[in-house]
Design a protein around this ligand. Structure first.
Ligand SMILES: Nc1ncnc2c1ncn2[C@@H]1O[C@H](COP(=O)(O)OP(=O)(O)OP(=O)(O)O)[C@@H](O)[C@H]1O
Ligand SMILES: [Mg+2]
Length: 276
C-alpha cells in the first residue's frame, strides 16, 4: 500500500548518496505512513544504515529529497534540526549506553531537558523527568534495575534501557539499526516484541533494519529490500513468502548476469505480490 500525501511521515524520493567512489544509496524512494512498522532487509553494505541515517539528518543526500514529519531534512540546521531529532528516536546494535552511569541516568540522558554526554548525575534533571524515566523503565520491565550500573546488565536488558531512553523524547518515529544483532534469539524476540508493543501503544512509526529474515517476517507490517543501495522489494509482509525475501540474500551473485537474474526475480516476486 502506498501512503497518501497526507499520511506519509517519511518520504524519500530518488535519494542517492555517494561516499567517494562508493554509492551507498542509489535513487532510493520510500514512503512510510503513520503507525507503520517497516523492516529494511539487505546484505551487509546494501545501504540500510545509510538510509536510516538520512532520516534524522545524520547524512545529507548527494541528490534526491528526504522529508520527515513534513520537513525537508537536509535543509534543517540548529534548532530546527534538534527539533526534528527530538521527534525521531534512534536505537542501535551496540545500545550506546554510558557504561559507568546507572540505568536511570542513562534513560535520563534521552530527556529533552537534559544535556547529553557529560556525567550530570541525577541532580541535573527535574523531578518530573526522573518520574517519567522511572515509568519508562517500568514499561520495559527494568524498574528494579534503575540504580544499577548499566554495564552490569545483559545485552537484552541494555537494549531495553536504550528503548526507555528513546521514549524520553516522546518520539513520533523510532529508527532502529539492527537493534538485536548482538543478542541471542530469545532476547531478540523479547526486544522486538517490546518495540512492537510500545509502537502500538504510542502510535509510533518504526523503521528498523534487521538481518534475521524470519524475525522480520513475523514482526514487520512491511518489508523493504535493499540491494546495492537500491530499493528492490517493497511489500506488505502478509503477502510475502520467506522464499521471496530470501531472494534478497539467497544467492551470492558474482557475475553481472547472475546479479541481473536475481534482480529480475525480485522484481517478478514484487510484481506477483502487487498483483495478488
Ligand atoms: N561514512 C562513510 N564513508 C564511506 N563509506 C561509507 C560510509 N558510510 C557507509 N559507507 C559505505 O556505504 C555502503 C552502505 O553502507 P551501510 O552501512 O549503509 O550498509 P548496511 O546495509 O547498513 O550494512 P551492514 O548490514 O553491514 O550494517 C557500504 O559500502 C559502506 O562501506
Ligand atoms: Mg548497517
Amino acid at each position: 500500500m502506498t501512503a497518501s500525501a497526507s499520511d506519509a511521515l517519511i518520504r524519500l524520493d530518488g535519494v542517492t548518496k555517494t561516499f567517494g567512489t562508493t554509492t551507498a544509496l542509489k535513487g532510493a524512494s520510500l514512503e512510510v505512513s503513520r503507525g507503520e512498522i517497516v523492516v529494511l532487509l539487505g546484505l551487509s553494505g546494501s545501504g540500510k544504515s545509510t538510509l536510516l541515517r538520512h532520516l534524522d539528518g545524520l547524512e545529507i543526500p548527494t541528490s534526491g529529497s528526504v522529508e520527515v514529519l513534513g520537513s525537508q531534512v537536509p535543509t534543517l540546521k540548529g534548532r530546527a534540526l534538534r527539533d526534528l531529532r527530538s521527534r525521531v528516536g534512534f536505537i542501535f546494535q551496540q545500545f550506546e549506553l554510558v557504561p559507568s552511569l546507572t540505568v536511570l541516568e542513562n534513560v535520563l540522558t534521552g530527556s529533552l531537558s537534559g544535556v547529553r554526554g557529560p556525567r550530570l548525575g541525577l541532580w541535573g534533571y527535574s523531578r518530573a523527568a526522573k518520574l517519567t524515566a522511572l515509568e519508562h523503565l517500568d514499561r520495559v520491565g527494568l524498574l528494579d534495575r534503575a540504580y544499577q550500573r548499566s554495564d552490569t546488565l545483559s545485552g537484552g536488558q541494555q537494549q531495553r534501557v536504550a528503548i526507555a531512553r528513546a521514549l524520553m523524547q516522546k518520539p513520533a518515529i523510532l529508527l532502529a539499526d539492527e537493534p538485536v544483532a548482538s543478542l541471542d534469539p530469545e532476547s531478540s524476540e523479547q526486544v522486538m516484541a517490546l518495540i512492537r508493543e510500545i509502537a502500538a501503544d504510542e502510535g509510533l512509526t518504526v523503521v528498523c533494519s534487521l538481518h534475521q529474515v524470519d524475525l522480520a517476517i513475523s514482526w514487520a507490517d512491511r518489508i523493504v529490500g535493499l540491494r546495492h543501495g537500491e530499493v528492490v522489494l517493497d511489500t506488505p509482509t502478509g503477502d510475502l513468502t520467506k522464499a521471496e525475501v530470501m531472494e534478497i540474500y539467497g544467492r551470492v551473485a558474482t557475475t553481472t548476469a547472475e546479479i541481473r537474474a536475481v534482480q529480475e526475480e525480485l522484481v517478478e516476486a514484487a510484481a506477483q505480490v502487487a498483483a495478488s
